[in-house]
Design a protein around this ligand. Structure first.
Ligand code: DGJ
Length: 766
């Protein structure tokens, strides 16, 4: 059993912490220990009822309660006069605001007296196999449950095989009559702990939740670096690593989406951690809206790491009897560096988060018309692209923005999901039939959460836009955000999408979201619930996505948000792939895909070969290089295939064949990053990028190396490989034979010539 609850009462005849008299003390201790293959997470309950943190890290066995009850017995029983000092020093599992702990709290309220204090005490713990669903929220699930008769993620105790186990620890505040259920799941084969929290109001009074974070880890050390993935539009998720310093280091989003600027991911790394060595603790919030994550070095040189819903501008009215569920935080431990941390995230997400039937399937090679035509297309143009694409082996046409209402630019028609007959006479169904007749599938772009001021929807229902009555509403990209907390809004958009999807053979949807929230208020919510809108908006998006993937399970859904502003586990629960960035330049993409790989698998990275000069940075790169970079993700094209050079066009069939030959290695295999990345050399200045994917059975591998800039007078690049079987012999695609050990220890030379040159080397075990 991965979870062990120690109910053995132990007696300690120690002096309590900072006690000034020699009074012997008996302390009853219960420990809760979660064991995974290479890691241990342990907690203790004091006889005062506080749930304390004992250890998270490398695997240990035995009773760890001595950590707290050794020289410094962490208990209050006979030292109530020093409770404040105690609370501010002990490692707490779910720290509360108001009783002396001045570090970052996980919970804070406004009660009937407008007081903010919470004091949660242990009441009990329950262990069950599998993993419960989180109401209305995406979360990792027990894979076994997917194959049960219920056919859906989540798990009932009777249906689950033990691929994971859950303990729900109940804490209560007797004064507030507020219950907090801390939900911890440990996975049998991965060093993963997931955490979330449910709050229930058992009082007769309304309680306002002012903050509830999902996870807190009180480390007893501060010698860490904090790694985050930050950026902006067109340069998302660039790794950023800096040592912790005294005080607080945080990342967050307040934009209503997980954001271009900070991904809801961070890791704490031992200073010596690199790809292969050192400790890495990764945190990733399964949520697509405003989040908050922070590392705080405390007065005692300990570190408190927290993650959850952003408390900024948040308040939730919890009526008597109501429950609030906080999103899931995924926590990964690695004693073998960042590489292993990433591979654990990748395995978890591929096996226990992405529920689409496309997850492990070869996705159709598509051509998207956005960078080919932008808004300037009609049926003839699209068919010309589709015909040429079909001739070269491309399997699906994706019609991007501009097919609806009267949309000739980004100034109109969002919210009017009816075909733009001037561009597409005869409607979408005619176009789709013609595309299908060419032997191609058809995919379609939507931006369901948005409305243009110039739209029938807005003219009919201006109150459905998120806005403040009487105050000017800020436009962004000429559009407003729909109030998805309002069921009538969701129903309207659902009905419009359904009409389109039922009228034509649409096999793929790109769900976009191109602006952030401003003037955040809802005409649907009562005054006292306005601060709930940020979260209710995300819940509304999830509800509509749930409908979509349930009603149309065979549709391949790709999420997108002005490029990669919603690249998060919450979205992965619904869509097996996410458009990674609007920057399609191969060299820029190397950096972006590098940072994305910190916790997201290649199988979910939306990536296309686009035209040159690149539309974002103007760079000219070889067609082969663009292909090598794009095929690490969900491979496709985004260019006017009728206009590119015949020389490039002729390369497409071979490039597709190459992709199909190797796709399974990158989709299902283990990724090892080989370039220096952020270890001393910034990814901006490094002159090459290299990674290898190795199949789980280590019989095949694919190395991709790309020179970002050529340098004079350097010896050829020799790369030491990772992940191979040292005992095996491998043959390369060039016909050379090497031992696995030589490839690992001595490396392989990869000749590259000139700026932006890229090579793939395929290895098969002899
Ligand atoms: C932003 C996306 O990232 C692009 O790929 C494209 O779909 C545009 N929106 C369309 O408006």
């Amino acid at each position: 059993m991965p979870i062990h609850i120690n109910k053995t009462r132990k007696k300690y005849s120690k002096y309590i912490w900072q006690r000034n008299e020699n009074v012997p003390l008996e302390t009853d201790v219960t420990t809760i220990t979660l064991q995974s293959p290479g890691a241990t997470y342990a907690m203790a309950v004091t006889d005062d009822g506080y749930l304390l943190h004992l250890h998270w890290g490398a695997k240990v066995t035995g009773d760890l309660s001595y950590i707290l009850f050794g020289k410094n017995p962490y208990t209050l029983a006979e030292n109530l006069r020093d409770k404040g000092t105690f609370m501010d020093s002990v490692p707490l599992e779910f720290p509360c605001h108001g009783t002396g702990d001045y570090r970052e709290p996980c919970i804070m309220v406004r009660d009937k007296n407008n007081a903010s204090t919470v004091d949660l005490k242990f009441k009990g713990a329950r262990v069950s196999p599998g993993k419960p669903k989180l109401d209305g929220l995406p979360a990792t699930f027990s894979r076994f449950a997917v194959t049960t008769a219920e056919g859906s993620p989540g798990c009932s105790a009777s249906a689950c095989s033990p691929d994971c186990e859950t303990v729900i620890i109940t804490l209560e505040d007797d004064y507030l009559k507020l219950r907090a259920e801390l939900i911890y799941t440990v996975f049998n084969k991965l060093d993963v702990i997931t955490r979330s929290v449910k709050l229930t109001n058992f009082s007769e009074d309304t309680i306002y939740i002012a903050r509830v974070l999902s996870a807190c880890v009180d480390f007893d050390r501060s010698d860490f670096d904090m790694l985050t993935a930050n950026g902006s539009w067109a340069r998302e998720r660039i790794p950023c690593r800096s040592p912790l310093h005294r005080g607080k280091q945080s990342i967050d989003s307040v934009k209503g989406e997980s954001s271009h600027q900070s991904n809801p991911f961070f890791a704490l790394l031992s200073h010596n951690a690199d790809e292969d060595t050192g400790e890495a603790y990764g945190f990733n919030l399964c949520y697509s809206g405003d989040f908050f994550a922070q590392s705080e070095v405390t007065q005692h040189s300990c570190t408190r790491a927290v993650m959850g819903l952003n408390p900024f501008d948040f308040s939730w009215k919890l009526e008597p009897g109501e429950t609030f569920t906080a999103p899931e935080c995924v926590m990964v431990y690695s004693s073998e560096g960042l590489g292993q941390m990433s591979r654990t995230f990748h395995d978890l997400y591929r096996n226990n988060l992405i529920r689409s039937e496309w997850n492990k399937k070869l996705r159709p090679v598509l051509i998207n018309n956005w960078e080919a035509t932008y808004f300037n297309f009609d049926t003839d143009k699209l068919i010309a692209i589709a015909r040429e694409a079909a001739n070269r082996g491309i399997e699906m046409l994706v019609l991007d923005d501009g097919w609806f209402g009267h949309r000739d630019s980004d100034n109109s028609s969002l919210g009017d999901w009816v075909t733009y007959e001037k561009k597409l006479p005869g409607g979408l169904s005619k176009l789709v039939s013609e595309v299908n007749a060419l032997g191609m599938k058809f995919g379609l772009w939507f931006e369901p959460e948005m409305v243009s001021p110039d739209s029938n929807l807005y003219r009919t229902h201006p109150e459905w836009a998120i806005h403040i009555e009487g105050r000017e509403l800020t436009q962004s990209r000429g559009q407003y955000v729909l109030d998805f907390s309002n069921p009538a809004v969701r129903e309207n958009i659902k009905a419009q999408m359904k009409a389109i999807l039922d009228a034509a053979n649409i096999e793929y949807i790109k769900w976009d979201m191109n602006r952030q929230l401003t003037e955040i208020a809802s005409t649907y919510l009562p005054v006292e619930r306005q601060r709930e809108l940020r979260h209710r908006y995300v819940l509304g998006v999830y509800e509509l996505m749930e409908w979509l993937v349930t009603a149309y399970p065979h549709i391949l859904l790709e999420n997108c948000s002005g490029g990669g502003a919603r690249f998060d586990p919450g979205m992965l629960y619904f869509s097996p792939q996410i458009w990674c960035s609007d920057d399609t330049d191969a060299i820029e993409r190397l950096k972006i895909q590098y940072g994305t790989s910190l916790c997201y698998p290649a199988s979910c990275i939306g990536s296309h070969v686009s035209d040159c000069p690149n539309h974002t940075v103007g760079r000219i790169t070889p067609f082969n290089t663009r292909g090598n970079v794009a095929m690490v993700g969900t491979f496709g094209y985004e260019l006017d295939i009728t206009k590119i050079s015949e020389e490039d066009r002729e390369k497409i069939p071979a490039q597709i064949a190459q992709y199909k030959k190797y796709a399974h290695i990158m989709r299902d295999g283990d990724q090892y990053r080989l370039s220096p990345g952020f270890h001393g050399i910034s990814p901006v200045t490094m002159n090459y990028d290299a990674f290898i994917f190795v199949t789980k059975d280590k019989t095949e591998a694919l190395l991709t190396v790309t020179q970002t800039l050529a340098r004079p007078n350097y010896p050829p690049l020799r790369l030491r490989l990772r992940g191979l079987n040292p005992e095996a012999q491998y043959k390369t695609s060039g016909g050379e034979v090497y031992s696995g050990s030589a490839l690992i220890q001595c490396g392989i030379e990869v000749p590259l010539s000139g700026d932006f040159d890229s090579k793939q080397v395929y290895f098969s075990k002899l």
